[in-house]
Design a protein around this ligand. Sequence first.
Ligand SMILES: Cc1ncc(COP(=O)(O)O)c(C=O)c1O
Length: 406
Amino acid sequence: MDRMGNLVGMIPAADRVSRFSYAIRNIVGEARAVEATGRAVRYMNIGDPVAFGFQPPPHLIEAATRAMRDGHNGYLSSVGILEGREAVAEDYAARGVTISPDRVLLTTGTSEGIELALTAIVNPGDEVLVPCPTYPLYTAILAKLGAVPLYYHTDPERGWLPEPEHLASLVTPRTRVLVLIDPNNPTGAVYPPDVRRALLAVAARYNLVVLADEVYGDLGYQGSVPLLGTLDQDALIISFSSLSKAYLAPGWRAGWMVVGRSPRLDDVLAAIKKLADGRLCSPGPMQYGIPAALRGDRSHQARFQQALLERATLSHQRLSAIPGMRCVMPQAAFYAMPWVALPPGRTDEHFVLSLLRETGILCVHGSGFGLPPERGAFRIVFLASPAELASVYDDIAAFTARYLAA
Ligand SMILES: Cc1ncc(COP(=O)(O)O)c(C=O)c1O
């Protein structure tokens, strides 16, 4: 050991890693420590439908396994198989956005598409508008790139909607990108057309590329949410989605990105393809699941939407009824973001870790999504069965009463 207590010869990790944080998984270490004490943990932290008993439709599994049996086990084109890119282009066309398959890339989940796009667009020191609260992958990637997140407020009193004029007031000459997560994780918000239009107008005014994270687009409780591109096909939009959520196959890491048709995006498209060459291809057999999903039977989605609506309604009712807690009714996906009136000096992380240690329920603190710790927000994944959720909410209610009384 040296004088600082470090092991002599220890190889230091790069500085950028200290800025990189992904709370949804980072907090699992705390849960493991609680499990080591003999207490069972209920993992309400990760948005994985398979962990709660849902499974992808059989024809997707058949398509991916058939691809392996048919010998599609080699490297593929770095943009992805033509059949898959054509299926994405057809799907977008059916939803009102015409796009050439040449502007589609098959990616290792939505996540890789987001990383490719940000890497292709932003220089160190450039700014990117991200929602607050945000899905933390965006800020984690920006940390790696040495770029700067500009958080725009979304208002829980107005259903967690962004305020386009406030967002516009944050823009500087270094701002390059506007991230829209709609439907939203962690809030469950779906932005109405007038808000979406106003956001696109801000992007156009300041020449921003819009990254449209539409991975929950088919999980609106009133049915699929229109693609952002339907409002303006010539807007500078790059859209992302995957099989992870609406096709119940998150572990396949099968996603796509669609670069809008404006020629003003051509250099960015070329840069994305260049970067994609460097990582060879996304997982091959799983790419064959994409045409099967987009051209095949999607009747599971209506059933899943109903199951989610039932759980969202239960979650909203039970969490809103807890004294000191408030919650906005989600409109899509499987997350709720309640907030509790914390005693002075307490943080959301303290609340969440105390909940974990006393009840074994693992949620993620709102500051892991960029909210101020004193807001007392936390995210809960409500994919468990209604009976299990009811028991979780009983325990959260009893815990919150004790916590606020102490
Ligand atoms: C808003 C959002 N974007 C992207 C992702 C990553 O999805 P994928 O599995 O397609 O990489 C998630 C996963 O939870 C998400 O919530």
